[in-house]
Design a protein around this ligand. Structure first.
Ligand code: ADP
Ligand code: ZN
Ligand code: ZN
Length: 805
């Protein structure tokens, strides 16, 4: 009876969303398993492409055309387990993505890209016929052309752990090799060697003694040389004399090898922390997949709650997954977790090289790491027996991927929590409105930390009204108030953090006299500046008007594109405070690997007085000498044409204020703003999250935005505007047939930057509560976009979009 495999194929030009059936050749029958990668012929020319085996069965498909054969398998063991395959299924559906992109997203880069493989012989005790295939390094190139008989034999050897697969990926992701020394000197043979030496050959005698000391344990060559002051040549000579052998062994790259990490022990919990830890631990023990929303003001000790619940999971022989926003931005967090759990921890984040990522992935997959800390894609870490999943700063928008698959790590975490029957903890000082609202309805369980550790007071926050301040300001970006404060703190030898909120740089227009931002008459949302058409447009309803020359509110002519750069501010600082040592940290200065961490280390050693940076400095820093935080421009996010602009402003200002006065010194915060009365700014000052939540929810309710409504954004692009526009009107017509009266269809409108790379983008936003036919329609639309419209249409369907721009 023949075997058939269901295979998802990787076709870059035309994505296919359904599996194809292939015949499994008899020589592969024994080896093939779901979750392996394979090579299959596809299409008219039977081109060889990569595929993923989803399922294997005896079921003969009832299709009557010829069934092609699998050419070869790329793996000896599945690279995706049963959970991963199920998750990919769910994710493809939920995020309107192609299956293949979901499967590939779960694997480290090096396993997605093209690569070469070889087989390494681990045990030389094999048939001579097989042994002679391997080169002197015990390697054998492994490719599609390999003889089927040999392949079968090697498969048998792998089962007995006599061979293993090594991946070579375009040089950059090789398995790291380290040279080891194996001594051949024993108590029996040493005297013969010693006697053969001349009296003056002291170094050689010493070598013999050291080799004797080694016994049977191989030692790293570099270490051996260093510890005993031997040169590389000494070792070479010893090898030539037959005193030792050199062997290469696979080792892991260690991403934090060079930073020393202090170990930390659990702290005695505060009563509030204790309540949280007890509740979460209970859920771990009882294997309940509850979602907890841990809402704790900045400095209330959320991290200690994470660490102690992770410790509890480990005690029960379970594992832990901890997600943090773009981890390279929070080296301090990594240090705290590594300090507690040491070598049990694996890290996955974008600052690692592909090779390091690959090694960390394999450590997790082999069960050698029990705690995984990582950014967004770490949510796919191949952990089994998960006992707890933690997501720090759950409101961060970087948890949503903005290319296919457009998943939010929060949803994936909750899915995995259900799969593993374990709790998920979402932590934040400023939860997203969606999560907070779910807490209200007890979909999530709220846990509160209302007090700062050691009763430290909240920092004192002062708002500076820039409309007034600019009249007498010493420079365009510094009010006299802020400058005076900076001088005071520097005089006391304390440190200052200055944040420039660069988001939305010059994409909107604001009056510098009165703070007025142009809004849409229909939507209560800011208009976006379009330089290509020299007009202001609304992204919700398509309203358009010309760019004002004078302010419609105060008639002043000081209306301009708003925005300023860190570089410009740095120059101003040098003029105003020539003696201050300034460290500028933004995307330009931190592009190099590890630069971010080095900057922060320098700052923590007090090698600079002022840290000037963009949003990236707002998160997770905990410096004892920082007593003043200044926000140069609080308003930029408010001007964005985005219903979340107030929420984002509130979150950012609350986070950054929390940076001041974390240790025993009291902190101060100065916020410069053109919108002093705005509720987001006022409530961030007093750190009143609950009041902000209540106020913002009213607005969202009135305007029909999330979390009261679900949203889906559809974007179509073509290489010409007419087709993009025509397609979107067609979709709108179809939608109006599918949707009920209670749903809203906004658009089509051109996107903020309509033309990118000579493609034209149009979008539609759907706001709805319950639309039973919508899912099916959109899935169908996605498939049709591949088949009916081959002439260059690109269609994007984005559930819960982060922004409508
Ligand atoms: P959050 O993440 O809520 O902003 P952190 O976890 O950074 O707060 O905690 C703030 C500070 O309090 C840290 O320096 C941390 O080491 C310390 N801390 C946390 N819990 C305790 C505790 N139970 N006892 C003493 N210090 C604590
Ligand atoms: Zn004005
Ligand atoms: Zn509008």
């Amino acid at each position: 009876m023949s075997l058939y495999a269901q295979v998802i194929v990787d076709v870059p030009t035309m994505q296919t969303n359904k599996p194809y059936t292939y015949l499994v050749p008899s020589e592969l029958e024994e080896q093939i398993q779901a979750g392996m990668r394979c090579v299959v012929p596809f299409g008219k020319g039977s081109r060889k492409i990569q595929g993923f085996v989803l399922d294997v069965s005896n079921q003969k498909p009832d299709e009557n055309f010829e069934i092609k054969k699998i050419i070869s398998l790329m793996d000896f063991a599945p690279v995706l387990n049963e959970e991963a395959l199920q998750l990919a299924d769910w994710m493809a559906n939920y995020t309107f993505s192609f299956k293949i992109s979901c499967l590939q997203t779960m694997l480290p880069n090096v396993m997605r890209a093209g690569y070469e493989k070889s087989i390494r012989l681990l045990d030389e005790n094999v048939e001579p016929e097989i042994k002679k295939l391997f080169d002197q390094n015990n390697l054998l190139a492994f490719d599609d052309k390999m003889d089927a008989k040999i392949r079968r034999k090697i498969y048998g050897l792998r089962k007995k752990d006599k061979v293993e697969i090594v991946y070579h990926v375009n040089d950059r992701a090789r398995v790291k090799e380290t040279e080891f020394i194996k001594s051949k000197i024993t108590a029996e043979n040493i005297s013969a060697f010693l006697n053969a030496q001349r009296k003056t050959a002291t170094k050689k005698k010493r070598m013999l003694e050291k080799l004797l000391d080694l016994g049977n344990d191989p030692v790293e060559r570099i270490k051996f040389q260093k510890q005993n002051s031997f040169t590389s040549n000494d070792v070479k000579q010893a090898e030539n004399s037959g005193w030792l052998s050199l062997v290469s062994k696979e080792t892991y790259r260690n991403p934090s090898e060079n930073s020393t990490i202090e170990s930390s022990s659990p702290r005695k919990l505060t009563p509030e922390q204790n309540v949280c830890v007890t509740r979460i631990n209970q859920a771990i023990e009882q294997e309940e997949s509850d979602v907890f929303l841990l809402q704790g003001v900045t400095g209330s000790g959320k991290t200690e709650v994470y660490l102690q619940t992770i410790a509890h999971a480990l005690k029960l022989s379970k594992k832990a997954l901890m997600l943090v926003p773009e981890i390279s931005l929070t080296p301090q967090m990594v240090r705290r977790v590594k300090g507690r759990f040491g070598p049990k921890v694996a890290m996955l984040h974008s600052a690692l090289s592909d090779g390091e990522r690959f090694d960390e992935w394999r450590r997790i997959e082999r069960g050698e790491a029990q705690v995984v800390v990582g950014a967004r894609s770490a949510v796919f870490a191949p952990l089994d027996r998960i006992g707890i999943i933690i997501m720090d700063e759950e409101h961060e928008t970087s948890y949503k991927q903005d290319e296919m698959p457009r998943y939010n790590a929060r949803e994936v975490a909750i899915w995995r929590g259900k799969h593993h029957h374990c709790p998920v903890v979402l932590g934040s000082a400023t939860p997203s409105l969606e999560s907070r609202a779910r807490g209200q309805k007890s979909v999530y369980q709220r846990l509160l930390l209302t007090k700062r550790i050691n009763g430290r007071p909240m920092p004192h926050v002062e708002l500076v009204d820039m409309r007034e301040a600019l009249k007498s300001a010493p420079s365009p970006d510094f009010s006299a108030e802020l400058l005076t404060k900076i001088k005071e703190h520097l005089k006391r030898d304390e440190q200052v953090v200055l944040m420039l909120n660069r988001r939305g740089y010059s994409s909107f227009v604001m009056c510098r006299e009165c703070g007025f931002v142009l809004k849409c008459p229909n939507c209560d949302i800011s208009l976006t500046l379009h330089m290509d058409t020299h007009s202001m447009k609304c992204h919700y309803c398509g309203h358009e008007e010309s760019i004002p020359r004078i302010c419609p509110s105060c008639r002043s002519n000081k209306i301009r594109y708003y925005g300023t750069g860190t570089q410009k501010v740095e120059e101003q600082l040098h003029e105003l405070l020539p003696n201050a040592r300034v460290l500028r940290m933004d995307v330009d200065t931190t592009r190099r690997k590890g630069a971010h961490e080095r900057f922060l280390e320098r700052f923590s050693r007090h090698e600079a007085d002022i840290l000037l940076g963009t949003q990236m400095i707002a998160k997770g820093l905990d410096f004892s000498d920082v007593t003043l935080v200044g926000v140069l421009n609080a308003d930029t996010a408010l001007g964005l044409p985005d219903f979340r602009s107030s929420e984002k402003t509130f979150q950012l200002l609350t986070q950054v204020s929390g940076r001041a006065g974390r240790a025993d010194k009291n902190g101060e915060v100065v916020i410069q703003t053109f919108n002093k009365e705005h509720y987001a700014i006022q409530l961030a000052c007093t750190q009143e999250y609950e009041r902000f939540y209540a106020y913002e929810m009213q607005l969202r309710h009135r305007l029909g935005y999330p979390p009261y409504y679900f949203t889906i954004k559809i974007t179509a692009s073509y290489d010409n505007e007419a087709d993009a526009c025509r397609k979107m009107y067609e979709i709108r017509r179809e939608l109006s047939q599918v949707l009920s009266k209670s749903a809203k269809i906004l658009g089509p409108t051109p996107k903020a930057i309509m033309r990118v790379n000579n493609r034209y983008y149009y979008q539609i936003v759907i706001e709805y509560k319950k639309e039973p036919r919508l899912e099916e329609y959109l899935q169908d639309l996605l498939v049709r976009s591949q088949t009916d419209e081959p002439k260059g249409l690109k269609l994007i369907i984005d559930r819960d979009p982060i922004s409508f721009m």
